[in-house]
Ligand binder design. Structure first.
Ligand code: 5GP
Length: 237
Protein backbone atom coordinates (compact mmCIF):
# COMPACT_ATOMS: atom_id res chain seq x y z
CA UNK A 1 0.00 0.00 0.00
CA UNK A 2 1.41 3.43 -0.97
CA UNK A 3 1.64 6.64 1.05
CA UNK A 4 -0.51 9.40 -0.47
CA UNK A 5 -1.02 12.78 1.26
CA UNK A 6 0.20 13.46 4.77
CA UNK A 7 -2.88 13.61 7.01
CA UNK A 8 -1.14 14.74 10.16
CA UNK A 9 2.42 15.43 11.21
CA UNK A 10 3.01 14.98 14.92
CA UNK A 11 6.23 15.51 16.86
CA UNK A 12 7.53 11.97 16.24
CA UNK A 13 5.14 10.39 13.75
CA UNK A 14 3.46 11.20 10.45
CA UNK A 15 0.11 9.71 9.41
CA UNK A 16 -0.30 9.13 5.65
CA UNK A 17 -3.47 8.64 3.67
CA UNK A 18 -3.63 5.46 1.58
CA UNK A 19 -5.82 4.32 -1.33
CA UNK A 20 -8.04 2.64 1.30
CA UNK A 21 -10.15 5.32 3.07
CA UNK A 22 -10.24 3.13 6.21
CA UNK A 23 -6.48 2.58 6.47
CA UNK A 24 -3.60 4.92 7.33
CA UNK A 25 0.16 4.42 7.19
CA UNK A 26 1.91 5.58 10.35
CA UNK A 27 5.53 6.58 9.94
CA UNK A 28 7.77 6.55 13.02
CA UNK A 29 10.37 9.30 12.51
CA UNK A 30 13.69 9.78 14.28
CA UNK A 31 12.52 13.15 15.64
CA UNK A 32 12.48 13.28 19.42
CA UNK A 33 11.04 16.03 21.56
CA UNK A 34 10.38 16.87 25.18
CA UNK A 35 8.99 19.77 27.20
CA UNK A 36 6.31 20.67 24.61
CA UNK A 37 8.88 20.74 21.84
CA UNK A 38 11.30 22.87 23.90
CA UNK A 39 14.02 20.22 23.51
CA UNK A 40 14.36 18.40 20.19
CA UNK A 41 16.79 16.06 18.43
CA UNK A 42 16.89 13.68 15.49
CA UNK A 43 18.23 10.34 16.74
CA UNK A 44 19.35 7.72 14.23
CA UNK A 45 17.39 4.41 14.56
CA UNK A 46 14.85 5.76 17.08
CA UNK A 47 11.99 5.55 14.55
CA UNK A 48 12.61 1.95 13.63
CA UNK A 49 13.05 0.86 17.26
CA UNK A 50 9.78 2.52 18.30
CA UNK A 51 8.00 1.05 15.28
CA UNK A 52 9.25 -2.45 16.21
CA UNK A 53 8.34 -2.10 19.92
CA UNK A 54 4.94 -0.58 19.08
CA UNK A 55 4.13 -3.43 16.65
CA UNK A 56 5.16 -6.03 19.22
CA UNK A 57 3.11 -4.47 22.03
CA UNK A 58 0.03 -3.80 19.87
CA UNK A 59 -0.01 -7.41 18.63
CA UNK A 60 0.36 -8.64 22.20
CA UNK A 61 -2.58 -6.45 23.30
CA UNK A 62 -4.72 -7.54 20.35
CA UNK A 63 -4.05 -11.21 21.20
CA UNK A 64 -5.12 -10.48 24.79
CA UNK A 65 -8.45 -9.07 23.59
CA UNK A 66 -7.75 -5.30 23.52
CA UNK A 67 -9.07 -3.82 20.25
CA UNK A 68 -6.22 -1.88 18.59
CA UNK A 69 -5.77 -0.05 15.31
CA UNK A 70 -2.78 -2.24 14.36
CA UNK A 71 -3.02 -4.11 11.06
CA UNK A 72 0.55 -4.97 9.99
CA UNK A 73 4.11 -3.78 9.86
CA UNK A 74 5.06 -2.54 6.38
CA UNK A 75 8.80 -1.94 6.80
CA UNK A 76 11.29 -0.68 9.40
CA UNK A 77 9.57 2.67 10.02
CA UNK A 78 6.03 2.14 8.71
CA UNK A 79 2.95 0.43 10.14
CA UNK A 80 -0.48 0.03 8.52
CA UNK A 81 -3.31 0.92 10.92
CA UNK A 82 -7.07 1.43 10.88
CA UNK A 83 -8.11 5.03 10.34
CA UNK A 84 -9.77 6.04 13.60
CA UNK A 85 -11.81 9.07 14.52
CA UNK A 86 -9.53 10.09 17.41
CA UNK A 87 -10.83 11.50 20.70
CA UNK A 88 -8.74 14.49 21.92
CA UNK A 89 -8.17 12.91 25.32
CA UNK A 90 -5.01 11.26 26.70
CA UNK A 91 -5.50 8.48 29.26
CA UNK A 92 -2.63 7.98 31.72
CA UNK A 93 -2.23 5.11 34.18
CA UNK A 94 0.42 5.28 36.90
CA UNK A 95 1.69 2.26 38.82
CA UNK A 96 4.48 4.28 40.47
CA UNK A 97 4.78 8.00 41.14
CA UNK A 98 6.92 9.89 38.63
CA UNK A 99 6.90 12.93 36.37
CA UNK A 100 4.03 15.39 36.61
CA UNK A 101 2.33 13.48 39.46
CA UNK A 102 5.33 14.16 41.71
CA UNK A 103 5.43 17.81 40.66
CA UNK A 104 1.69 18.30 41.20
CA UNK A 105 1.16 16.40 44.44
CA UNK A 106 4.61 16.34 46.05
CA UNK A 107 4.64 12.53 46.10
CA UNK A 108 8.07 10.89 46.30
CA UNK A 109 9.28 9.45 42.98
CA UNK A 110 8.95 5.67 42.87
CA UNK A 111 6.14 5.40 45.45
CA UNK A 112 3.92 2.42 44.59
CA UNK A 113 0.39 3.49 43.66
CA UNK A 114 -2.20 0.96 44.70
CA UNK A 115 -4.69 0.97 43.08
CA UNK A 116 -2.98 2.56 40.06
CA UNK A 117 -3.88 6.21 39.40
CA UNK A 118 -5.93 7.00 36.28
CA UNK A 119 -5.79 10.54 34.84
CA UNK A 120 -7.17 12.40 31.82
CA UNK A 121 -5.37 15.11 29.83
CA UNK A 122 -6.59 17.21 26.93
CA UNK A 123 -4.53 16.63 23.79
CA UNK A 124 -3.74 20.24 22.97
CA UNK A 125 -0.13 21.38 22.48
CA UNK A 126 -1.04 25.08 22.60
CA UNK A 127 -2.56 24.57 26.07
CA UNK A 128 0.30 22.21 27.12
CA UNK A 129 -2.01 19.17 27.45
CA UNK A 130 -3.79 20.29 30.66
CA UNK A 131 -5.18 17.79 33.12
CA UNK A 132 -8.98 17.51 32.80
CA UNK A 133 -11.87 15.66 34.44
CA UNK A 134 -14.75 13.59 33.09
CA UNK A 135 -17.00 16.61 33.62
CA UNK A 136 -14.87 18.75 31.24
CA UNK A 137 -14.95 15.98 28.62
CA UNK A 138 -18.74 15.67 28.75
CA UNK A 139 -19.48 19.42 28.91
CA UNK A 140 -17.12 20.30 26.05
CA UNK A 141 -18.02 17.23 23.99
CA UNK A 142 -14.52 15.68 23.93
CA UNK A 143 -15.90 12.28 25.01
CA UNK A 144 -19.17 11.02 26.48
CA UNK A 145 -19.44 9.44 29.94
CA UNK A 146 -19.96 6.04 28.28
CA UNK A 147 -16.91 6.51 26.05
CA UNK A 148 -14.79 7.56 29.05
CA UNK A 149 -15.90 4.49 31.00
CA UNK A 150 -14.85 2.32 28.07
CA UNK A 151 -11.51 4.11 27.71
CA UNK A 152 -10.78 3.75 31.43
CA UNK A 153 -11.67 0.04 31.42
CA UNK A 154 -9.46 -0.58 28.35
CA UNK A 155 -6.59 1.45 29.86
CA UNK A 156 -6.70 -0.75 33.00
CA UNK A 157 -6.96 -3.88 30.83
CA UNK A 158 -3.80 -2.75 29.03
CA UNK A 159 -2.13 -2.45 32.46
CA UNK A 160 -3.12 -6.02 33.37
CA UNK A 161 -1.57 -7.27 30.13
CA UNK A 162 1.56 -5.11 29.95
CA UNK A 163 2.71 -5.00 33.59
CA UNK A 164 3.58 -8.73 33.59
CA UNK A 165 4.93 -8.56 30.02
CA UNK A 166 7.48 -5.92 31.03
CA UNK A 167 8.20 -7.46 34.43
CA UNK A 168 9.03 -10.80 32.79
CA UNK A 169 11.54 -8.80 30.73
CA UNK A 170 13.05 -7.24 33.88
CA UNK A 171 11.26 -3.88 33.68
CA UNK A 172 8.73 -2.00 35.81
CA UNK A 173 5.96 -0.31 33.82
CA UNK A 174 5.87 2.93 35.83
CA UNK A 175 3.24 4.80 33.79
CA UNK A 176 1.99 5.24 30.23
CA UNK A 177 -0.25 7.36 28.05
CA UNK A 178 -2.87 5.93 25.68
CA UNK A 179 -5.05 7.53 23.01
CA UNK A 180 -8.27 6.07 21.69
CA UNK A 181 -10.48 6.53 18.65
CA UNK A 182 -13.62 5.15 17.06
CA UNK A 183 -13.69 2.70 14.16
CA UNK A 184 -17.20 1.90 12.90
CA UNK A 185 -18.48 3.04 16.29
CA UNK A 186 -16.13 0.76 18.27
CA UNK A 187 -13.64 2.16 20.84
CA UNK A 188 -10.17 1.17 19.63
CA UNK A 189 -6.67 1.82 20.97
CA UNK A 190 -4.78 4.10 18.56
CA UNK A 191 -1.61 6.19 18.43
CA UNK A 192 1.36 4.11 19.69
CA UNK A 193 2.85 2.24 22.60
CA UNK A 194 6.60 2.85 22.72
CA UNK A 195 9.21 4.10 25.22
CA UNK A 196 8.34 7.62 23.98
CA UNK A 197 4.99 7.47 25.79
CA UNK A 198 5.63 5.35 28.86
CA UNK A 199 8.11 5.07 31.71
CA UNK A 200 10.11 1.86 32.12
CA UNK A 201 12.59 1.21 34.91
CA UNK A 202 15.00 -1.67 35.37
CA UNK A 203 13.23 -3.93 37.90
CA UNK A 204 16.29 -4.26 40.14
CA UNK A 205 18.14 -0.94 39.97
CA UNK A 206 15.27 1.37 38.85
CA UNK A 207 17.56 2.69 36.09
CA UNK A 208 15.39 4.64 33.60
CA UNK A 209 15.05 3.14 30.11
CA UNK A 210 12.46 5.47 28.56
CA UNK A 211 12.23 9.04 27.26
CA UNK A 212 13.28 10.40 30.66
CA UNK A 213 16.82 9.44 29.51
CA UNK A 214 16.44 12.23 26.92
CA UNK A 215 14.39 14.59 29.12
CA UNK A 216 16.89 14.38 31.97
CA UNK A 217 20.15 13.88 29.97
CA UNK A 218 20.78 10.48 31.59
CA UNK A 219 22.67 8.93 28.65
CA UNK A 220 22.14 7.59 25.14
CA UNK A 221 18.40 7.35 24.41
CA UNK A 222 18.76 5.03 21.42
CA UNK A 223 20.89 2.60 23.46
CA UNK A 224 18.18 2.56 26.16
CA UNK A 225 15.37 1.96 23.65
CA UNK A 226 17.47 -0.78 22.02
CA UNK A 227 17.83 -2.40 25.44
CA UNK A 228 14.03 -2.28 25.94
CA UNK A 229 13.53 -3.98 22.55
CA UNK A 230 16.22 -6.54 23.29
CA UNK A 231 14.75 -7.40 26.71
CA UNK A 232 11.29 -7.89 25.15
CA UNK A 233 12.80 -10.18 22.52
CA UNK A 234 11.93 -7.75 19.70
CA UNK A 235 14.23 -8.23 16.72
CA UNK A 236 15.65 -5.06 15.18
CA UNK A 237 16.96 -4.63 11.63
P1 5GP B 1 3.59 12.90 32.92
O1 5GP B 1 2.20 13.38 33.18
O2 5GP B 1 4.24 12.37 34.17
O3 5GP B 1 4.44 13.91 32.21
O4 5GP B 1 3.47 11.68 31.91
C1 5GP B 1 2.86 10.47 32.28
C2 5GP B 1 3.15 9.41 31.21
O5 5GP B 1 2.46 9.74 30.01
C3 5GP B 1 4.64 9.32 30.83
O6 5GP B 1 4.93 7.97 30.54
C4 5GP B 1 4.75 10.18 29.58
O7 5GP B 1 5.78 9.71 28.73
C5 5GP B 1 3.37 9.97 28.95
N1 5GP B 1 2.91 11.19 28.26
C6 5GP B 1 2.20 12.20 28.78
N2 5GP B 1 1.95 13.15 27.85
C7 5GP B 1 2.51 12.71 26.71
C8 5GP B 1 2.60 13.24 25.38
O8 5GP B 1 2.06 14.31 25.05
N3 5GP B 1 3.30 12.50 24.47
C9 5GP B 1 3.88 11.31 24.80
N4 5GP B 1 4.56 10.63 23.84
N5 5GP B 1 3.80 10.77 26.02
C10 5GP B 1 3.13 11.47 26.98
Amino acid sequence: MDKLNALYQGKAKTAWETSDPDRVIMEFRNDTSAFDGGKTASLERKGLINSAVDSFVMQHLEAAGVPTHFERRIDANHVLVKRLQMLPVECVVRNRASGSLCRRLGVEEGAELNPPVFELFLKDDALHDPMITQSHCVTFGWASAEQLAEMEALTHQVNDVLKPLFLDAGMILVDYKLEFGLFNGQMVLGDEFSPDGCRLWDAQTHRKLDKDVFRQDLGDLVESYQEVAHRLGVELP
